[in-house]
Design a protein around this ligand. Structure first.
Ligand SMILES: [Zn+2]
Ligand SMILES: [Zn+2]
Ligand SMILES: [Zn+2]
Length: 301
């Protein structure tokens, strides 16, 4: 339960969790990257690891449990709110070499860190948007509203360079973690609404196509016991507008449901003699039950 409160990033986050952040960030191996402690925001949200044996016992236990159970950020798709809350420095899903090359200590990275105080993907996205400011020119002398505000509020002498670097850093993020590209969040509610309206008069139940995880960052953590890498390519759940509609009936069935010798199957039916009609057995490595039959039928369809 320690872990759950530690990974609560809402306003209810307990005070000890902030102290834990500092303790974990300051107990690291000598060669740890990022080398600035203030950029080591959270070991579970970035690639760096603390020197666990030097931590106080409670934190040692918490970090070990999380590592043992493969705690990580995972899901099919995330809301931009979640993507924007992930630290940009040492981002766990960025193309790592490219990102670390862009983060080498320099005038620009120091300015991003110390003057702009940029930490999260959201901070960098805001900086990068200055490049789209009306009247912006690619020069340190630019006097557009965006550049002027960065010069005055962040005491930056080269806003164009900083904002360009911010954009390059965001570009190292794969589709699933990049808030500047199209996401299922942009259309899934509207699509669901349309489908519900179309089916309102019928006896069909709409299939819930929504895949986005909403809420705050804490909701995006999952436990994985396997070490299999997960795809970071953004998924598209958009419906092909030119496609035609097809009514499909699916069903699962199971003999001896709930018993050891249960055998489950699935069927997909479109119309009499349709070549797409099919029936499959639920593979032996999946639980044999009526529910898995139903799920496999939907998947097959
Ligand atoms: Zn400008
Ligand atoms: Zn700057
Ligand atoms: Zn059924």
């Amino acid at each position: 339960m320690w872990l759950k409160s530690y990974l609560d990033f809402s306003a209810d986050r307990p005070m000890w969790a902030y102290l834990a952040d500092d303790l974990i960030a300051s107990h690291v191996p000598k060669a740890c990257r990022p080398s600035q402690p203030e950029l080591r925001l959270n070991t579970f949200l970035q690639n760096w690891n603390p020197k666990v044996r030097n931590l106080p016992n409670e934190l040692k236990g918490m970090v070990n449990v999380a590592k043992k159970y493969g705690l990580r950020l995972e899901g099919l798709a995330f809301s931009r709110n979640i993507m924007r809350s992930v630290p940009m420095w040492d981002h766990p899903h960025a193309r790592r070499k490219e990102l670390s090359r862009l983060c080498y200590q320099s005038k620009v990275t120091t300015c991003l860190r110390s003057n702009h105080r940029a930490r999260t993907v959201g901070d960098f996205e805001r900086l990068a948007s200055t490049l789209d400011e009306p009247g912006h020119r690619p020069s340190a002398e630019c006097e557009c509203a965006g550049c002027m505000s960065l010069e005055n509020n962040d005491v930056c002498e080269h806003p164009h360079e900083c904002c360009t670097r911010a954009r390059q850093m965001i570009a190292t993020l794969p589709g699933k973690w990049n808030p500047t590209v199209r996401q299922p969040e942009d259309y899934e509610e509207a699509t669901m609404g349309e489908i519900q309206a179309q089916l309102a008069e019928s006896s069909f139940a709409p299939f819930d196509r929504r895949v986005t995880t909403y809420g705050d960052l804490g909701q995006a953590f999952r436990i994985f016991t396997g070490a299999d890498p997960v795809s970071n390519t953004g998924i598209s759940m958009e419906i092909d507008e030119d496609g035609s509609r097809l009514e499909v009936a699916t069903d699962g069935s199971c003999t001896h449901n709930g018993e050891a010798n249960a055998r489950a199957g699935a069927g997909v039916f479109i119309s009499d003699d349709n070549i797409l009609n099919c029936s499959v057995r639920v593979p032996a490595y999946i639980d044999q039950s009526n529910q898995t039959g139903e799920a496999i039928a939907t998947l097959t369809a």
